[in-house]
Design a protein around this ligand. Structure first.
Ligand code: PEP
Ligand code: MG
Length: 889
């Protein structure tokens, strides 16, 4: 029989899939003997069954009742017992943390009778009525679907009526009156009464949490974080403890180390006389934990001891939620804490130094994405303008954008291509779409653990929060800085999430310390910790990885930079990029040539230019392989736009003038070359086989460059790569020509020039016939951009438009297959081609040079598929090195 409910004493952290992150960690803390209020967890399996059928799975409530009875027995009182009620919290908790995206309902068990009992036993009439008010409000909006703004309005009206500013100044009888107003509101809006039965409250709260898995913001968050939609959430039912029972109570959040920098030391926020929700919501400004040490040294000492236990046990940074109820410390949650990229690297290095984790574990704890973030530029400190505000540096990085004050506008303006900065007093989960759309998030309230900070850090978005001197007026769409500067919506600001500063206007950017280190410098003093940590992670990755990393580079400068970043060769030099700019004219002449002699002349003009380019790249990569691809894109890309030409000719005719003869020739060439599907047309090897002299010219340029480098004492290792091959015979024809030309070059130069000839595998037919193709190919390089295009039948140039986002929405794929390799389809072709290619030629060198070569997930796939190297843009080289190392662990 399936079991749907586990007591906290029964679970453990290895059960996160079943009990969710929160539930499994509560169980783990319980097992460690930490003070956790007792409770139990309904499994994700129960949630999935409920969501699939729309009703609770059979036996669920019997199990819940049994666990509840045990809880009641241990507490010595019943749920909602009128004279001394046991109260419960009902919280979501999925396998992967989704901060604030699903529902929580507190104070379950209060009703018109038990509120009086609570008032009596707690000695706090006001406290009891406030708890009841919170329950009716939370239950009304979450479970019964009443707009939460209606409750907020009633609350505001009550405060107005009493002439007070803060909730805390409302008396017990004010709150009792408010409860009646809320109940009436619920009745009017839903036609139902607020349920007085504690059992019914519990049951409906649980189901509402299940349902919140499919709420809009939860779905959006999952899409953004690539969390699967079918996991479901667990639900934790736990005895309530109260942080709002007066000055000797409170709630807080702590990190065992600083989640922004990774530096050691307990770090967090505390809010006296408050419930946990108040801390995270950033509604009141919190105090630091050192203040807690002063207020309640005993609880602080206990908290320190528990956090040390947790960090040693989890061997990682933990984040913790706790509540102090009249001097007694309770641990309400722990998990391995989210951290910035910088903190991830620093922590991994420090935990390894402390002997808590091995060097390999340290490598596993960092990521290529994080490294990429550390390579982003930062603000030029010497060029910063007026500081508008300083706040908490909650999530690092530099962002420039126009100020907007609500999510809707953030989304709209970002969709129109504008860079925006979302400014709020504090964010709520409803702001998620705006946070995703914005370059940065700026709030005037809340600490490092506020919603804005946690969510922004999780998604690597720049965030400054708690910039208290800012007066944010959302209604008027402006904020006022401490010095009186008024910033209206649309004005540009620069947000420095690393320093916690906001500047007026755009601030110029400079290289990050990590880039300066990778470029061969040492980075600045202030960044020593993170630079050292990155260096250590990369050197470990280099020591363990099997995949080699090359770069896609078309210029000597790019090749040189890639080499400094650790590339061991060029995996793709796209020669067509050398035909752009002013050389385009020469290509035009080659295409338009009326006679062989004219074409030969055009090719002869191109030859020295190509030779010079190749010489520079071979020099920059001396001693390492440089894979030069023969010309690939459709020729029409080099010709002028058809419409422009036609308009020019028509305009001349309309003026009664003779149109320019060159324009007329060009137009007829453009018409002749026109293809409906140029991506599937005259490009790649096809071009080389039909344009006489083209392959010969390119190979001669390569050969002469190699000869020149050899004669200069270099060690050039050019490889010639043929694109878009679909059949071995195409490759054979090109290869014969290559041999002939290289023999010629060798004779003329007096040195032997020998370049391996290989092919790209970028058509399904090439993958399917790879065994045959390997008879002629000395190496393969997967062109996964075209291979994805032709396998899926998605046009590379068009898909990023409308229907791709619909596909992402509908969950056809969680991420674009042009970004992360589609293992099931394209990946199978890759694996097949690797196996069959090597069956023909065991020493076949195999790499990949499509964009996927720099994508972390895809790098792991290429490792498993047995490739020899990945090739990616120079700036992705360190990312690929790191991920290739992680893949080998
Ligand atoms: C590819 O198709 O993956 C490739 C690297 O070639 P290009 O992007 O130049 O078509
Ligand atoms: Mg291609």
């Amino acid at each position: 029989m399936v079991r749907y409910v586990y007591d906290f004493t029964e679970g453990g952290r290895d059960l996160a899939g079943l009990l969710g992150g929160k539930g499994s960690n509560l169980a783990e803390m319980t097992r460690l003997g930490l003070p956790v209020p007792p409770g139990f967890t309904l499994t994700t399996e129960a949630c999935r069954a409920f969501l699939a059928t729309g009703s609770e799975p059979a036996g669920l409530w019997e199990e819940v009742s049994a666990h509840l009875s045990a809880l009641e027995a241990s507490a010595g009182r019943l749920l909602g017992q009128p004279d001394d009620p046991l109260l419960l919290s009902v919280r979501s908790g999925a396998k992967f943390s989704m901060p604030g995206m699903m529902e929580t309902i507190l104070d379950i068990g209060l009703n018109d009778d038990s509120v009086l009992g609570l008032a009596k036993v707690s000695g706090g009439e006001r406290f009891a009525w406030d708890s009841y008010r919170r329950l009716v409000q939370m239950f009304g909006s979450t479970v019964m679907g009443v707009d939460s703004a209606s409750f907020e309005r009633s609350l505001a009206a009550m405060k107005d009526l009493r002439g007070v500013r803060d909730d805390v100044h409302l008396t017990a009888s004010d709150l009792a009156e408010l409860v009646e107003t809320y109940k009436e509101l619920i009745r009017l809006e839903t036609g139902e009464h607020f349920p007085q039965s504690p059992a019914e409250q519990l049951r409906r709260a649980v189901l509402a949490v299940f349902e919140s898995w499919n709420g809009e913001r939860a779905r959006l968050y999952r899409r953004r974080e690539h969390i699967a939609d079918d996991l479901g959430t667990a639900v934790n039912v736990q005895r309530m403890v109260f942080g709002n029972l007066g000055a000797d109570s409170g709630s807080g959040v702590a990190f065992t180390r600083d989640p922004a920098t990774g530096r050691p030391g307990l770090y967090g926020d505390y809010l006296p006389d408050a419930q946990g929700e108040d801390v995270v919501a950033g509604i009141r400004n919190t105090v630091s934990l050192s203040e807690l040490a002063r207020l309640d040294p005993e609880s602080y000492a206990r908290l320190r001891a528990h956090t040390e236990t947790l960090e040693r046990h989890y061997r990682d940074l933990c984040d913790i939620e706790f509540t102090i109820e009249r001097g007694t410390l309770w641990m309400l949650q722990t998990r391995v804490g989210k951290r910035t990229a910088e903190a991830a690297f620093v922590l991994a290095a420090e935990l390894a130094d402390e002997g808590l984790i091995t060097p390999d574990e340290a490598l596993a704890r960092v990521s290529g994405e994080g490294l990429a973030r550390l390579m982003f530029p930062r603000f030029d400190a010497s060029a910063t303008g007026a500081v508008l505000a300083r706040g908490v540096p909650a999530s690092p990085g530099a962002a420039v954008g126009a100020v907007v004050f609500d999510t809707t506008r953030a989304v709209r303006r970002a969709a129109a291509g504008e860079k925006v900065v979302l400014v709020r007093q504090e964010t709520t989960p409803d702001d998620l779409p705006g946070m995703i759309a914005a370059q940065a998030v700026l709030t005037s309230r809340g600490g490092k653990t506020s919603h804005a900070a946690v969510v922004a850090r999780g998604m690597g978005k720049v965030c400054v929060c708690g910039a208290e001197e800012l007066a944010v007026d959302t209604g008027a769409r402006r904020f006022t800085a401490a010095d009186g500067t008024v910033v209206e919506e649309g004005a540009v600001v620069s947000v420095d999430g690393s320093a916690g500063a906001v500047y007026a206007g755009p601030v110029p950017l400079v290289d990050s310390a990590v880039i300066r280190y990778l470029e061969g410098g040492r980075g600045d003093e202030g960044a020593r910790g993170v630079v050292d940590a990155v260096a250590r992670a990369l050197s470990r990755a280099d020591a363990v990885r099997r995949l080699e990393v090359r770069a896609n580079a078309d210029t000597p400068e790019d090749a040189a930079r890639a080499r400094r970043f650790g590339a061991r060769g060029v995996g793709l030099c796209r020669t067509e990029h050398m035909f752009l700019g002013e050389r385009r004219k020469l290509v035009e002449q080659m295409i338009l040539a009326g006679t062989d002699a004219e074409r030969d002349r055009a090719l002869a003009d191109l030859l020295p230019l190509q030779r010079r380019d190749f010489t520079g790249i071979l020099e920059a990569m001396d001693g390492l392989p440089v894979t030069i691809r023969l010309l690939d894109p459709p020729l029409h890309e080099f010709l002028p736009d058809h419409t422009d030409l036609a308009v020019r000719i028509a305009a001349a005719e309309a003026r009664g003038e003779e149109p320019d003869a060159h324009d007329v020739d060009l137009l007829s060439a453009v018409n002749r070359m026109h293809e409906e599907n140029p991506m599937l047309g005259l490009r790649g090897v096809r071009l080389g086989l039909v344009v006489p002299g083209l392959v010969a010219m390119q190979v001669r340029a390569i050969g002469e460059a190699v000869a020149g480098r050899l004669l200069a004492g270099g060690a050039p290792r050019a490889e010639i790569m043929v694109p878009l091959v679909g059949d071995v015979r195409e490759l054979r024809l090109v290869r014969e020509e290559v041999r002939r030309v290289l023999a010629d070059v060798s004779r003329a130069a007096g040195v032997t020039v020998d370049c391996p000839v290989g092919t790209m595998i970028e058509l399904p037919r090439a993958a399917l016939t790879a065994g045959r193709i390997a008879e002629e190919a000395e190496f393969f390089s997967f062109g996964t951009n075209d291979l994805t295009q032709t396998t899926w039948g998605f046009s590379r140039d068009d898909v990023e438009a409308e229907f791709f986002s619909a596909y992402l929405d509908k969950g056809v794929f969680p991420v674009s297959p042009f970004e992360t390799l589609d293992r099931d389809g394209v990946g199978r072709l890759v694996s097949l081609a690797v196996a069959e290619g090597r069956a023909t030629r065991p020493d076949l060198t195999i790499g990949v040079c499509g964009e996927h070569g720099g994508d972390p997930d895809s790098v792991h796939f290429f490792h498993t598929a047995g490739l020899d190297y990945v090739s990616c843009s120079p700036f992705r080289v360190p990312v690929a090195r790191l991920e290739a190392g992680r893949a080998a662990l």
